[in-house]
Ligand binder design. Sequence first.
Ligand code: HEC
Length: 135
Amino acid sequence: MKMQWMRALRMIYLLGLVGAAAPIHAQEAAVTDVGERFYYEHVLPRLVENGCSECHAAGYLRPNVGLYSDVLRRLAIGDSPLNNAVIYKIANLRSIAPDRPNHPGGQRCASVEAEPCKTIMRWWLIEFGGKEGQP
Ligand code: HEC
C-alpha cells in the first residue's frame, strides 16, 4: 500500500515537471514592471519551449528561469543585446571550440537570430536600451 502511494506521488511529481509552464506562469499575477512583464509574457514561454526549464527550473541549477531576477542578473552582464552572459551561453559564443560548447546545456539557439535568442535580445533593449526598446 505504501509503495503504491509513493509511486503515485512520483507520477504527480513527474507530470508536474512536464507541465512546468503552468506553475511558472502563475508568477505573472504580481508583475507590474515593463521588463518583468515582458520576461514572463514573451521570454519565459520561449525558454520553456526550448527546454531550458527542464534543467533551470528544477530548483538546484542557476539561473532558475522561473525567476525573472535570476535571469536578469545574467542579462545585465554585458553591454548590448548580443553582448551579454545569457546570449553567450545559449548561442555558444566565446566557446573554446564549436564542438565543446561553453554551456553544459549545449547551444540552444541555432543562431542569434533564432529563438529564444531573438526574444532575449528584444528583452535586453527593453531593460537597458532606453527609448528604442519600448515594446
Ligand atoms: C540539459 C540541461 C540544460 C539545459 C536544457 C539548459 N541548460 Fe543552461 N546550464 C546548464 C548547466 C549544467 C549549467 C552550469 C550551471 C553552473 O555553472 O552553475 C548551465 C548554465 C547556464 C547559464 C550560466 C549560469 C551562470 O550563472 O553562470 C545560463 C545563463 C543558462 N545556463 C541559460 C540557459 C537557457 C536560457 C537555456 C534554454 C535556452 C538553458 N540554459 C538550457 C544546463 C542546462
